[in-house]
Design a protein around this ligand. Sequence first.
Ligand code: BGC
Length: 751
Amino acid sequence: MKQLNLLLTALFFFLYTASHAQGAAKSVNIDSLIGLMSIEEKAGQMTQIDLGVIAEGGICNLKNPQTLNLDKLKTAIAKYHIGSILNVGCGSGTISLENWHKILATIVAENKKNSRLNIPIIYGIDAIHGANYTMGATLFPQQIGQAATWNPLLVQQLYGITAYETRASGIPWNFSPVLDLGRQPLWSRFFESFGEDVLLAKSMTKSAIRGLEGNTPNSPYAVASCMKHFLGYSMPLSGKDRTPAWISDRELREYFLPTFQMAIQQGAKTVMINSGEINGTPVHANYDILTTLLRNELGFKGVAVTDWEDVYKLVNVHHVAETKKEAVRMAIMAGIDMSMTPNDYEFTELLIQLIKEGAIPMARIDQSVKRILQLKVDMGLFNETRFNKNLYPLFGSTQHASVSYNGAAESLTLLKNKDQILPLNAAKETILVCGPAANSLNLLNGAWTHTWQGIDTRFNTPGKLTIQQAMQFQMAKTNFYYMPGCTTDSVINIEACVEAAKKVSKIIVCLGETPCTELPGNIDDLSLSEPQQQLVKALSALHKPIILVCCFNRPRIIKNIAPLADAILYAYLPGDEGGLAITDALFGKINPSGKLPFTYPANVNAFVHYDHKSSEDLDVDFSNNAYRPQFDFGFGLSYTTFEYQTFTMSTNSLGDKDSVTVSVVVKNTGSREGMEVVQLYYHDLVASITPSVKKLVAFQKIKLATQAIQTVTFTLHKNDFSFINKALKRVTENGEFELLIQNQKQSLYVH
Ligand code: BGC
């Protein structure tokens, strides 16, 4: 028997290596390959290390530009058989296209030389808003701004370009998109989310996954996406990153699961796990979430990778494992396939020991290795001629930049425009631009821009314009002043700013937040910093029109300064074309059409969402319990006006097999073309789980010429009114519902 096994192994080995040598391994027999692999090779496949481990310099202190150290690389391949590498090296920055090609080609060549089976190594990167770790790549608005466009087709285009430019760098795996619902505005990664609403976020998720994964197998323009961070990461109770979340199973399914379900339906190939804990169990050790829910219930077949060092964190942060070895066992048995270890090989060594001791069954290991190999096959990595740098002539092109501009333009959300003070006439105004975001590309881009935290200015793409630079181009020199006034958190020259403001007709204050994400982005107070508030207050003493432009990671409280402003343009983190787009919006070349994808809180202790419960609306006895945000979810003005006319329904009775067609006539009653997001909400009058006062059920963005009229139609089914009940089942309960469009209401009876 043993001899037969040996013979079979030899045969598989021959067939595999022969086909691979010819570069014809497009149809790899994964099971045969697994049959050939040693325990060490399997454990290696499940290991992902940071570039820092194989580069010149120390971990988090890499030589610049990043250069591979061939001895370290050889160790990673020949001794540890690693399956994956990530990142640009902690503490390091963006890499040139040429250097990426060199690094990746060296990895392929060394792998061929030093590994027995020549199983390709898969490289993964955080291309969060464009290929932000490749010099000169197109940088888009961050996810929160993408959601504010309410334009799924445009968002799909952004992700298509991100995939293209990531692939142009030679990288086939992108740790994006973030599918965590943005319902905790304190959270440092709020800007990485698609906002607070399940339906809008699901729609954006669909666009993101389709854009990244493409629809052609083995396309050189598609990357494997990575849904992150499964599950419940975005709702830490304290608002601080990676701190405990308290989320009931029902709420997990109602709010936090649907985006992941959508991504799986769209074919997302990988998932990254939440570094935090839910209800006392770290997700990396949670079998119920990682296996019962993700695999058995949702049917996810792809690769589950840990987040940064999260296996070790089961010991040294969460304290649910006594030793690292136990942590490895827990994570793998919970359902992890690959560990983003990422700075050493301890995980690999411990995993080998555990397999040898039988503490982790081989069947469990093979399951993970199979998923990893399948990913590599799907991404065409076994085909040695896979990379052709000539396929990407549009990398960093003006065509791609114009899509980024469109994204920024459609995200800009006009929150106030008293007496139609905007748009400004550049030829007739004298303008002072001030504030920390006025002259900073970094504040327009946020974190994940050339470096992790996005604050290093050295890597900014030459030629991209800040707000003040873009404005200057459109103004006569004598009519334009720029003065910072303050940084994001300290005063520079507020008095000089006020002096300069005396000479102008309009003051534009560009408020901002220092780029940050994850733990470095933790805050104790959502208020806008004092110096920025001081700047606005000091300028307001002049009684001249003030326009605020807000470039925030999260909705910083502006309650005290909003009344001092005549106009507020909320810009999110609009990316490299943001300066241009903001300028064009202020001067009227763009008609703003963005709508808030979150409820903008007015007070630091009042984080109530638009789809809150009736009990949160009560204002009867104590007048302190009502929902009174600064700005409502879905809100955004335009330079034109829209009138909602006839609102009709094909039927007011909806059964299991029926559908209802809802129509509304919208007219552009203003004097210029504009885009409007038609938003349909519903209210379930009575339900076994307290119903929301309203919930978004459908939306459509339309463009109307002045005085043009369009009928917008939505078709809804019973399932569109469903929710998760006490038994954790998705149900639609019979009864009366209201459908709401703007100020109009219709009743619908579901049976
Ligand atoms: C973040 C992930 C990211 C990973 C790799 C982690 O710290 O939470 O979102 O993909 O690092 O850079």
